[in-house]
Design a protein around this ligand. Structure first.
Ligand SMILES: [Zn+2]
Length: 594
């Protein structure tokens, strides 16, 4: 079985209906232009799984699983892409030509073998006397036992260690490239991706090497951390560093502790917390959550105790709660990570911090009321900010208990909180149903969402958005990323195909795209065009307002000299003119065409 030609894939796509296919295993009910049912990828009692026949996609608002007919079959029946394509082709009566090449299933096997072969070499390199990797690990406090346990190795600072090792083992360079170990030279040939780095092998649960993380040993080497890229066997959305080594401890401790870096994970193990795991260069996802939930019900996360750490905790909760995991959050002293804490305070302090980690939802409630809840408005804000998180808790008993705690903390009645949580859970307002950043519902987010939604619905409208102004109009985040990508695609006249766009997006932006693509009801094009124009005008307006405020602030500054003040007054004058212009354009466009 070789590669299946693209035109055959396209024919399979054309001849398969997503509603038929999903309908074989999920009871679907029509709801507007979508079909709804209970999600096959997570446990739920009310349907949040949507199938969109127009786009031939599916998406779950509960666990964020989504994709097309191929990915549905791959996920439900655990098939490779080629296997899923062949199965769909059989159903549709499409013949798939047999081409040359190794068996498709063999590719994964070959990638595992390439990784395992190279790991052996890396480990030999580390044990060489005078290896710079040894000195580095010693400085970080790691001993021979840790090196053995985590099979740490070293990639010499050379261009052809992996090239030669794979070649000697008769593994084709193309396989090395596919495994992310080699990079192709422009003028032919290959070179090593990982050079001059301490190597952490990343295993799947069954103990097979799926990828590598590399830490630079030279002080001036960039980037500090370099992972092998996504490959057919290395899916960063589900991979967890240290998984096979941690399984026993997870069972015994009835919990998993998840951190962000290899050294942090090892620090926890050295402190006696053997159930520690690390993500591999991504934020926690719903896939990680499912992977964990199969082994334990409790996850402890460690965060920096500053504002950024708090935001990271809330995002992690959004990914983990729907799986039914009970999440605890240990907050580290600001500026510390587990590794630095271990070095400074010792293993008992680190272990005690993990053991005492409070329920993350209690932390979220505490933070929400910390900014004040004296006025009716502040109470409402506090409830609204935590309600979307509580809505993600699958257990009705736990959810109701947290509602009671939130009500108590805010000083309101539990029934009000229950109602807010139910509202957030039903996602009646599509904006709230969008899984990304449900907490933020300020005017900026609202406008940004409306803009994104209109563009996803009618991608051709993206040419109305001024591409060169975008960077100054929109701030960061997945929604802005999605808008930028749609606008770029329209400007490049690539024609805007959703599956094509998906490949350019971060995980979060892709989830958002899928969620928006499935939101009911459809907007007609004229209304969407109006929304695009209105939101862009709003963003321009905001930009002007921000600048005006900045000017006013500077004018009041006693340190500003006369020259500067004159310049600022001039600029303010121009801003005013600009605003009048925009307002008159407004007025003109409000006149209906005859
Ligand atoms: Zn789901």
């Amino acid at each position: 079985m070789g590669r299946i030609p693209d035109e055959i894939i396209q024919r399979i796509r054309d001849h398969t209906d997503v509603v038929d296919l999903v309908g074989r295993s999920v009871a679907l009910k029509r709801a507007g232009r979508n079909h709804k049912g209970l999600c096959p990828f997570h446990d739920e009692k009310s349907p949040s799984f949507n199938v969109n026949p127009d786009r031939q996609t599916f998406y779950c608002f509960g666990c964020h699983e989504g994709g097309d007919v191929f990915s549905f079959l791959m996920k439900t029946e655990n098939l490779t892409f080629a296997e899923a394509a062949r199965s769909l082709a059989r159903d549709a009566g499409i013949e798939v030509p047999e081409t040359g090449g190794g068996p498709d299933r063999g590719i994964s096997e070959q990638l595992y073998t390439a990784n395992a072969t190279l790991l052996e070499r890396f480990r030999r390199e580390l044990s060489r006397p005078g290896c710079p990797g040894q000195a580095y690990l010693e400085r970080r406090g790691l001993g021979a036992e840790d090196v053995e346990r985590f099979q740490i190795g070293f990639a010499p600072d050379a261009w052809d260690t992996a090239v030669a090792t794979l070649s000697a083992a008769r593994i084709p360079a193309e396989i090395g490239e596919k495994a992310g170990l080699l990079q192709r030279r422009e003028r032919g040939g290959h070179y090593d991706r990982l050079r001059g780095r301490v190597i952490f092998p990343i295993h799947d649960v069954r103990g097979r090497v799926i990828g590598f993380g590399g830490r630079a040993v030279a002080a001036d080497q960039e980037p500090k951390y370099l992972n092998t890229p996504e490959t057919p066997i290395f899916r960063k959305r589900e991979a967890l560093y240290g998984f096979p080594q941690a399984l026993d401890s997870i069972r015994r401790a009835e919990r998993a502790v998840v951190v962000e870096g290899y050294f942090d994970q090892i620090a926890l193990c050295r402190a006696g917390v053997g159930e520690a795991l690390a993500t591999c260069g991504t934020a926690l996802t719903a896939d990680h959550a499912r992977n964990l939930r199969r082994r334990t019900q409790r996850a402890v996360l460690l965060f920096d105790g500053d504002a950024a750490g708090e935001r990271a905790m809330l995002r992690a909760l959004e990914a983990l709660l729907p799986s039914g995991l009970r999440v605890h959050a240990a907050l580290l002293p600001s500026g510390d990570d587990p590794d630095s804490l271990l070095v400074r305070e010792g293993p008992e302090v680190l272990r005690a911090l993990v053991d005492a980690a409070p329920a993350a939802l209690d932390v979220a409630i505490e933070r929400a009321v910390a900014s004040g809840h004296d006025t009716p408005e502040a109470k409402a804000d506090a409830v609204e900010s935590v309600a979307p998180l509580l809505a993600l808790v699958p257990s009705a008993i736990e959810r109701s208990e947290y509602c009671a705690r939130l009500a108590l903390a805010v000083g309101t009645e539990a029934r009000h909180v229950e109602a807010a949580v139910a509202r957030a859970g039903r996602g009646e307002d599509p904006r709230e149903a969008v899984p990304i950043a449900p907490r933020r519902t300020g005017p900026e987010e609202r406008n940004l969402h409306q803009l994104a939604r209109s563009l996803v619905e009618h991608p051709s409208l993206a040419i109305r958005v001024p591409q060169d102004e975008l960077p100054s109009l929109l701030s960061g985040g997945p929604v802005a990323e999605l808008v930028r990508c749609l606008v770029d695609a329209a400007a490049a006249e690539r024609g805007v195909a959703i599956p094509e766009i998906e490949t350019h997006l971060s995980d979060e932006a892709r989830d958002l795209l899928r969620a928006l693509a499935i939101v009911d009801p459809p907007l007609d094009e004229a209304a969407a065009a109006q929304t695009v124009d209105d939101t862009i005008r709003w963003f321009r307006d905001q930009q002007l307002k921000r600048r005006e405020q900045e000017i006013t602030r500077r004018l009041r500054d006693p340190a500003a000299d006369e020259d500067e003040k004159r310049r600022l007054l001039d600029e303010r004058q121009q801003l005013l003119q600009r605003k009048r212009q925009l307002a008159s354009v407004d007025h003109a466009s409000a006149v209906p065409p005859n």
